[in-house]
Design a protein around this ligand. Structure first.
Ligand code: FAD
Length: 552
């Protein structure tokens, strides 16, 4: 059985506090090997960049600070042996539009990456017993909406058709580095419906929903899986349904993407070292030429260093005089957004729901009670408040679609609340340890309220992570940040991470940045990873096209 320490961590898994930076010293090179690129951090984004660079023939070394690679795409036995829990992400929806997956650019299937597409897609259970289930079959979803409003069902259908026509443009923008192609505004200007969408995309999700739908349940059904995005660029767009709603999950767990990337990288001459928290960049003659780790080892890069360190920490890894004042100001004002509280359960039964046709067992469930509740948590988050009452939960039971995730007949269930703050009003981050058990219980009770079949005797083990725990498990999730930073107008597109430095090239020559703090932001999209590769390949005198043309 996995051993759990008093603080609730899996022993030996990732008990490393956020980096405390030692003074700058002159580093001695540790490794005799030569590397073209040294990569700091092994999240899916930086691994993707490393894989493209390795395919192009560049020798890459990846230094991961924790004992296990994957970052937010890690899967681990958090409760009991044989129960494979996703520590953070489970849904790999956005990455499906990334040419990496869409065009199968790196053949990751050959390295073990396989996607499962659960059906139903989402089940929204309302307190009065009514429900809306979203299915992969679009007509079936429309029938669910029509139960409450025929007009809303027709609107849902129209909006999905219109949004699907514009979706390829939005995807192209996400998977193109800033300045390497037309902006969204320019692309929309060329499109016959562009004028309509210029307004729609800039609208808040809330405005789109309440202007278009009459039944509150339809509006609530449009919120998951990202209920928090009621404002911000594209939030209007995210209020539009699609005829192809999907919640893909890798077979075997979210971590399978990191495993497949590791296998690809190693097959192409790359190396990964774990337990190597990078502490400083080695800068010589104004150029970043390597990395020094907390254990005193150092690694030199002949061409570049690529970082996926959170930008709040990045600026501590080189003397402050090397960062321009406006860059430092941009980092200071970067809003890292909301944090999360997660409870993982090993159970003998999944949550089940009675519907007209019988019993359904969905992978994804939401308990958002009302639009008013969703609006209130936006303001609670803005005010830095956290409430255990009326929690808004996203429940994920990946084992329902993937029996490899738990012993036969058993289940892995995660109850996720994305409306948490790092600094609790009374007592700051330190108070999380005090209230963790109380929050876990309140969230479990809220889940049991919508699915009473999950009685306490069906729970074999439990494990919770507060925002503080999340940060300790992954330094790139600064202050427990779920998506590296908000994606509001102040830090999207050319503003991410800092205006003037959105092309992955950092102010110190030879240093590049990828990960959720860069365009197109957080989530499992692989966008920051592939975009950084496009930029670096160009700077190295080749191109993505040339790389993809290479055999192997
Ligand atoms: C609870 C939770 C649930 C989520 N669910 C989803 C979901 O279902 N779908 C979705 O799309 N997104 C989800 N997200 C967001 C998603 O997990 C992240 O946005 C995504 O993992 C970011 O990937 P990345 O490659 O940019 O960085 P990360 O995955 O954060 O990886 C960064 C890596 O760098 C390492 N590192 C950091 N600093 C150093 C250093 N100094 N030295 C060495 N190594 C270092 C870290 O240890 C880590 O391995 C979720 C996030 C959370 C917290």
């Amino acid at each position: 059985m996995t051993e759990i320490t008093r603080r609730g961590f899996v022993k030996g898994a990732a008990l490393v506090a956020p980096l405390a930076f030692a003074p700058f010293t002159v580093a001695q090179t540790t490794s005799a090997s030569r590397y073209d690129v040294v990569v700091v951090g092994a999240g899916h984004n930086s691994l993707i960049t490393a894989c493209y660079l390795a395919k192009a023939g560049f020798k890459c070394l990846v230094l991961e600070g924790r004992p296990k690679i994957g970052g937010g795409t890690k899967t681990a036995e958090l409760t009991l042996s044989g129960f494979q829990h996703d520590v953070c992400s489970s849904i790999h929806a956005r990455i499906q539009a990334n040419p990496l997956i869409k065009n199968n650019e790196l053949n990751l299937g050959e390295y073990g990456l396989e996607y499962i597409f659960p059906d139903p897609v989402y089940h929204i259970a309302f307190p009065d017993g009514s429900y809306i289930t979203k299915w992969r079959d679009f007509d079936r979803t429309c029938e669910e909406i029509a139960k409450y409003s025929k007009k809303d069902a027709d609107t849902w259908r129209r909006m999905a058709t219109e949004a699907d026509a514009i979706r390829p443009i939005v995807n192209e923008v996400e998977y193109t580095p800033i300045g390497f192609g037309k902006s969204l505004a320019e692309r929309l200007a060329d499109h016959p419906q562009g004028k309509l969408w210029q307004r729609r995309i800039a609208m808040s999700k809330w405005d789109v929903l309440h202007q278009n739908f009459e039944d509150e349940r339809t509006m609530v059904a449009m919120m998951p899986p990202f209920p928090k995005e009621l404002t911000g660029p594209y939030s209007g767009f995210s209020a539009y349904p699609s005829k192809r709603e999907e919640v893909p999950q890798p077979k075997g767990g979210s971590g399978m993407i990191a495993t497949a990337l590791q296998r690809f990288l190693e097959a192409h001459g790359g190396e990964i070292l774990v337990n190597k928290p990078a502490e400083h960049f080695i800068v010589e003659n104004g150029r970043c030429v390597g990395v020094e780790c907390a254990d005193g080892t150092s690694y030199r890069a002949e061409r570049a260093v690529l970082s996926t360190v959170h930008i709040k920490q990045l600026v501590k890894m080189a003397p402050s005089g090397l960062w321009p004042a406006d860059f430092l100001e941009g980092v200071k004002t970067f809003n890292t957004g909301n944090a999360s509280f997660n409870s993982h359960f090993a159970t003998t039964e999944p949550l089940k729901f009675q519907v007209k046709s019988g019993t359904i067992v969905p992978v994804h469930i939401s308990n958002i009670q009302s639009c008013k509740r969703a609006l209130r948590y936006e303001s609670e988050l803005t005010a830095g408040e956290f409430h255990v009452e009326e929690p808004v939960l996203h429940i994920v039971q990946t084992s329902v679609a993937d029996p490899t995730r738990a012993p036969a007949g058993m289940h892995t269930i995660r109850v996720l609340c994305e409306q948490a703050v790092y600094n609790l009003p009374d007592g700051g981050p330190g108070r999380w340890e005090e209230i963790k058990a109380e929050v876990q219980l309140a969230h479990l009770r809220a889940a049991q309220k919508i699915a009473p079949n999950l009685t306490d005797d069906k729970i074999l083990a439990r494990f919770s992570t507060s925002p503080v725990d999340i940060e300790q498990m992954n330094a790139a999730m600064w202050h427990g940040s779920c998506h590296s930073g908000t994606d509001g107008p102040a830090q999207a597109g050319a503003m991410r991470p800092v205006p003037g430095w959105a092309q992955h090239r950092m102010p110190i020559p030879g240093l590049y940045q990828t990960g959720g703090t860069t365009h197109p932001g957080g989530g499992v999209s692989g966008g920051p990873g592939r975009n950084a590769a496009v930029v670096m390949l160009k700077d190295f005198g080749t191109s993505m096209e040339e790389t993809l043309g290479k055999k192997g």
